[in-house]
Design a protein around this ligand. Sequence first.
Ligand SMILES: NC(=O)c1ccc[n+]([C@@H]2O[C@H](COP(=O)([O-])OP(=O)(O)OC[C@H]3O[C@@H](n4cnc5c(N)ncnc54)[C@H](OP(=O)(O)O)[C@@H]3O)[C@@H](O)[C@H]2O)c1
Length: 294
Amino acid sequence: MEAEIISGTEIAAEIRGELKEEVKELKERRGVTPGLVMVRVGEDPASVSYVSGKSKASEELGIYSETIVLPEDAGEEEVLAKVEELNNDPRFHGILVQLPLPKHIDSDKVLNAIDPRKDVDGFHPVNVGRLLIGEPFFMPCTPHGVQQLLVRSGNSPEGKRVVICGRSNIVGKPLMAILVQKKKGANATVTMCHTGTKDLASVAREADILVAAMGSAKAITVDMIKEGAVVIDVGVNRIPDATKKSGFRLVGDTDFEAIKAKAKAITPVPGGVGPMTVTMLLVNTVRAAEMQSA
Ligand SMILES: NC(=O)c1ccc[n+]([C@@H]2O[C@H](COP(=O)([O-])OP(=O)(O)OC[C@H]3O[C@@H](n4cnc5c(N)ncnc54)[C@H](OP(=O)(O)O)[C@@H]3O)[C@@H](O)[C@H]2O)c1
């Protein structure tokens, strides 16, 4: 039987619908409009597009959003001063500094300067630590989106064997921290794989739920999947495609077409994890507004 396609677009729309109600309530009950400020340094085309997408999505929900653009040659001190100013600006409950920053700026230094209660990306070390001990202010957006995709599609990770391929600080590691908690929608047995993993295929085949976050096109092949597994594909890779005007198309880290015939469920690329990432940023912004106005 063909796998069920887990639509991130549909689940994201469902969450945004719930969030719209929460934003309305916050305004009515507490007179608070959640505010998100994004800082972009330079004109990197992908960053321009990501930030404008997040701003549009915010406004659709009634979240107040502003984008601050600093020139490519802005100094580290200037960026840090801006973050400090925004930490103290009560209009903004959430601050997001769009990465990557230009090379002359130390990204860690900038991320560490954000007030952890406004760190809606969840990358500040205080938030990383809180996540690990199971008391997060905010969960990082992409892994939180993966958890929501599983739970809301009826594939809760509770009691399941989850194998995560990729150990980055923005996807793999925080996803592990989320799914190992003794909590509803988590409580999984998690194995984390990386380039040092010996015989990735045999480890992957043990997964009830396999998450691919490697940044390597179609690296997870059908022989690496157990019959009936649930597959979440975080990867976004460009591969050449002469039939497209752009000359490329996007594929994930899994061989989607082949795996579809063997898995119980799978996320597509695009339309899977991607729409969830922006949505979970909005969730965090509303949480931040709730926390700061309580
Ligand atoms: N849809 C979204 O919203 C969203 C958000 C974030 C990221 N992404 C995508 O997700 C992918 C991963 O992103 P990332 O930032 O987490 O990547 P990253 O920082 O490049 O990390 C990749 C991880 O995968 C591991 N890896 C790579 N090739 C492997 C292989 N052949 N076997 C085993 N492990 C392998 C690496 O191992 P080592 O640690 O040993 O090097 C590393 O831990 C990218 O395609 C990115 O574009 C999508």
